[in-house]
Design a protein around this ligand. Structure first.
Ligand code: DGJ
Length: 310
């Protein structure tokens, strides 16, 4: 699959899994994301958008061949629910598995077309492919939620990491035991740095957060931050991208960091602002050497790289 282009599923249809995430369950990979398979709406609020169709799910044994499983969370299961505006926008779905109940829990950015509601939707399913059912609309710790991700910390807990304070600051908020609400424990990172599109990684004793700046659908500079503690000590470090277009994230924006075959990878969206349904993707290896994180460009994504020596 050529990076930074539209990717096709097994049936030759454009993969609609924007702003998404990858989850490994048993011997399969699941890719959840925004289904934007509609013409852009014109004059609908903040920049270009598509009508909310729901979040799709694709399944693959190898992260290359993708089979569409349908909608994980369909628009009909969100519209007209309590707390959901009529002009609902749903972005950046992230799914984790609750290790205790075995249920799959999805959090996503739930908003109106002016992006002034800034809430989180929470949906649950017994099966990885769905159907997910909307369980709640959250205003976690009374903070606004825009771009967000979920992070399962190997050191303990599952965390909602979201842009708040009108995108000025990132919040890191602990989820409760059922992963459907926050606990009240939270911290700020990158105060007043205006970072969004968060993606998180824990690697050999250090936490990393990759974020973009806030320029709508236009690419900007990816930055990584690092800390030895999840709740404090965050420093913005550098642009990790290496290769052509590196100062603008290769024309993309981070969607998710995931670990496969004992290596971290970064999933990017390549937004096509005027025709969002034609937005593309990249998957790039993430290298961490002595605490320095880099994301080298690759023209092709052809599956997992060989595992590094231990
Ligand atoms: C940038 C965000 O990262 C996207 O998820 C989306 O909200 C766009 N802004 C909307 O302009």
């Amino acid at each position: 699959m050529r990076n930074a282009t539209l990717w096709l599923d097994e049936e030759g249809q454009a993969i609609q899994a924007h702003g998404g995430c990858l989850l490994q369950y048993r011997d399969q990979w699941y890719w959840y994301g925004e289904d934007k398979d509609a013409d852009n709406l014109i004059g609908c609020g903040q920049g270009d958008q598509t009508p909310f169709r729901g979040f799709s799910c694709y399944r693959s044994p190898d992260l290359v061949h993708w089979h569409r499983m349908g909608f994980a969370l369909a628009a009909e299961d969100v519209q007209e629910k309590e707390g959901v505006p009529p002009d609902v926008v749903g972005e950046r779905p992230k799914v984790v598995r609750d290790p205790v109940t075995g249920r799959f829990v999805m959090w996503f950015h739930l908003d109106n077309r002016a992006y002034t509601l800034a809430r989180a939707g929470v949906a649950v399913s017994d099966c990885p492919e769905g159907p997910f059912r909307l369980a709640a609309v959250r205003h976690p710790n009374r903070k606004d939620v825009r771009d967000m991700t979920l992070f399962q910390d190997p050191e303990g807990g599952t965390w909602l990491i979201h842009s708040g304070d009108w995108n000025k600051t990132l919040y890191i908020a602990r989820l409760d035991d059922r992963l459907t609400d926050v606990t009240g424990l939270y911290a700020k990172a990158f105060v007043d740095q205006e970072r969004e599109a968060p993606a998180a990684l824990y690697w050999k004793g250090t936490y990393y957060l990759l974020t973009s700046g806030c320029t709508g659908w236009e690419p900007n500079t990816l930055l990584y931050g690092q800390s030895r503690e999840l709740l404090c000590g965050w420093k913005l470090v550098a642009d990790p991208c290496e290769g052509p277009g590196c100062r603008r994230t290769f024309g993309g924006q981070g969607a998710h960091l995931f670990v496969a075959g004992n290596r971290p990878y970064l999933l990017l969206d390549h937004w096509n602002p005027g025709r969002l349904r034609l937005s593309g993707y990249s998957i790039l290896p993430v290298l961490v050497n002595n605490g320095v994180l880099t994301v080298p460009w690759r023209d092709e994504w052809s599956g997992l790289e060989p595992s590094p020596l231990p």
